[in-house]
Design a protein around this ligand. Structure first.
Ligand code: PGA
Length: 252
């Protein structure tokens, strides 16, 4: 990747770990954090945010939420608003993860509202896109990515507070990683989509596009060496502080 794009390594803990375990993991991450140019983000479950913000104060590890509600506040039992995660210490948020699309029926319109609201609250958004296995096999994956981008993004989005995560659904939690070439092809396509959406030739070159899907210490170096892969969104391997730090060490 060109040096002008700062790498990002983000851990998506999903619905795993109690708060005590989360605190210990963060202490270990801080202890083993390699010298790095990368921005490092940890996205734990909501109840971890405030306690972890205390642990990560004055460190180079930032906090992110895994989603936020699309409305600012109100009668939405069980949900969490963007301003609340900011108050709890988050600076980042993952939006549009395929598990949210699959299990909560999040649509492009929902995702768009969430991104606008999150950005208005000062959060940097990791917006996830990715095709399912049958879409890869029937060779329509680039069309799927184009559609997922076009239904959510337009020039009113703040592209400086946006990172795109390419997460092929068939590679999430399956141990099946996209090959570096497969991932890089889609990352280049994502930059082209961004240029088309924003009507210029520079936004796509500047925006950071990270890969997610069974990234681990063993395959991170090869993926991160690709010209258009600017980092990783790590699920399973981010639950082990040492593995997470080994991935970070490949991100310069
Ligand atoms: P995985 O998850 O690394 O466990 O495949 C990635 C993600 O869902 O963000």
């Amino acid at each position: 990747m060109p040096t002008t794009r700062t790498p990002i390594i983000a851990g998506n803990w999903k619905m795993n770990s109690g708060i005590k375990e989360g605190i210990q993991r963060c202490q270990e991450i801080v202890k083993h954090l390699p010298e790095t140019q990368a921005e490092v983000v940890v996205c734990p479950p909501f109840p971890h945010l405030y306690p972890l913000s205390e642990v990560l104060k004055n460190t180079n590890v930032m906090l992110g939420a895994q989603t936020v509600h699309k409305k600012a506040s109100g009668a939405y039992t069980g949900d969490v608003g963007a301003f609340m995660v900011v108050e709890a210490g988050a600076r980042w948020v993952i939006i549009g993860h395929s598990e949210r699309r699959q299990y909560y029926g999040e649509t492009g319109a929902d995702i768009r509202e969430k991104i606008l609201l999150a950005q208005n609250n000062g959060l940097t958004v990791i917006f996830c896109v990715g095709e399912r296995l049958e879409e890869r096999e029937s060779n329509v994956y680039l069309d799927v990515i184009t559609r997922q981008m076009n239904e959510v993004l337009d020039p009113s989005i703040n592209f400086d507070q946006l990172v795109i995560a390419y997460e092929p659904v068939w590679s999430i939690g399956t141990g099946k990683t996209a090959s570096p070439e497969q991932a890089n092809e889609v990352h280049m396509h994502i930059r082209q989509c961004i240029n088309n959406i924003n009507g210029d030739k520079t936004t796509g070159e500047k925006i950071r596009v990270i890969y997610g899907g069974s990234m681990k210490p063993e395959n991170a170096a090869e993926l991160l060496a690709q010209s258009d892969i600017d980092g990783g969104l790590i699920g399973g391997a981010s639950l082990d502080a040492k593995d997470f730090c080994r991935i970070i060490s490949h991100a310069n």
